[in-house]
Design a protein around this ligand. Structure first.
Ligand SMILES: [Zn+2]
Length: 371
């Protein structure tokens, strides 16, 4: 039997206006740091970082992110990192920026710091980079074998950010427990190179409970750009618990379905967490051991926070069985994450579960008086 393995970042710091102290937290890692960010992010937090670095006497190597986490972009950043002699590589922004910074740091062998400005997925704590090609298609993911040295999350910056991204983060985090549980029951592998610990399972479950209890409250607060205790809790669920939970707990059908959606051009406007949100419902519809009340409460939660729960909402209205079979075949194929269930999953099962998910989503939206 495989060993139990848990992995995590070396330090996690979360709080309101914590970016104002970025230098204090980064200084122990090195006194010269490359910062990768896009123009929009730099406009929001650039001065805060620059002032804090100055105070802590950290030299800042400023690099513009070109916008996609491609191997080409990671190689470009790695080149600058090496040439500059900086000992720390810092990604500031969304998942793609952080993933590219992680890849560059791994290539050069520097310390890595992630500073998410939105809580839209669980990339910040993980050892993984999700690769895309130049057209925006997901090309799979790669582990660097090490997690970030430091994760800095400024909850005020997150609360000032787009509500849609915050909601997507809850979608990604919602997968954590249902997928870790499936993996555990199947004695399947996690993404840390072993099987899950009791700690990973407890974190995954807490992630779920925090979302269900505080998700709606937190969304309302973020709509008004305020940081409340619910926002702090949900940011911790979206970033820390979801990150530790998926990596050390394991993933299954919800992520497998989600990872197939970016290959449909109609889905290109969606964020990863929106796709996982629909994947969660698909997985629930696949599993014969789920209580229907529990399934309804999860779908109702997704409806309440505004996650997409129907084909129409993910851009695939009127999709036929033949096109869905493309997803079915990948999911039902060998080596698929759908093997992480205590039952076997065929292409046909996936197609049926997606159709059932759409029907259930429509029914629960109607029950909420939305359509
Ligand atoms: Zn995810």
């Amino acid at each position: 039997m495989a060993h139990k393995v848990l992995i995590a970042p070396r330090k996690y710091v979360q709080g309101k206006n914590v970016f104002q102290e970025a230098g204090d937290w980064i200084k122990p890692l090195g006194s010269k740091a490359l910062v990768l960010w896009d123009k929009q992010v730099k406009k929001i937090v650039g001065e805060t970082f620059a002032a804090s670095f100055l105070k802590s006497q950290i030299e800042l190597v400023d690099v513009d992110f070109k916008g996609d986490s491609t191997k080409k972009e990671a190689a470009r950043v790695a080149g600058i990192l090496k040439e500059s002699g900086a000992g720390v590589c810092i990604g500031v922004g969304g998942g793609k920026t952080l993933d590219t910074a992680k890849a560059a740091a791994a290539a050069v062998g520097t310390r890595i710091v992630t500073c998410p400005t939105i809580a839209s997925n669980d990339s910040p704590t993980s050892s993984y980079t999700v690769w895309y090609d130049e057209e925006g298609n997901c090309m799979g993911f790669e582990s660097w074998g090490v997690n970030p040295d430091l994760v800095l999350v400024d909850t005020q910056v997150v609360a000032n950010g787009p509500v849609r991204a915050f909601v997507a983060g809850m979608g990604d985090a919602l997968g954590t427990w249902v997928e870790a549980e499936a993996c555990f029951q199947a004695r399947g592998p996690n993404l840390a190179g072993g099987t899950s610990t009791m700690v990973a399972m407890a974190i995954a479950r807490l992630c779920f409970d925090v979302l269900m209890e505080h998700g709606v409250e937190a969304k309302r607060a973020v709509e008004n750009k305020i940081v409340t205790p619910s926002v702090e809790k949900v940011v911790e669920a979206n970033v820390l618990m979801s990150g530790l939970g998926f990596e050390s707990g394991g993933v299954a059908t919800a992520h497998m379905v989600a990872n197939c959606l970016p290959s449909f051009p109609e889905c290109h406007g969606l964020m990863h967490g929106h796709e996982v949100g629909f994947g969660v419902i698909t997985q629930l519809c696949l599993d014969d051991n789920k209580k229907i009340n529990e399934v309804h409460s999860i779908v109702d939660f997704e409806v309440a926070i505004g996650l997409p729960v129907t084909f129409r909402e993910i851009g695939l209205e009127n999709i036929d069985r033949k096109r869905l079979m493309k997803i079915g075949e990948i999911c039902g194929g060998k080596g698929s994450l759908c093997e992480n269930h205590p039952f076997s999953v065929t292409a046909d099962d996936i197609v049926n579960a997606m159709i059932a998910a759409d029907l259930l989503g429509r029914e629960r939206r109607a029950a909420a008086g939305l359509d």
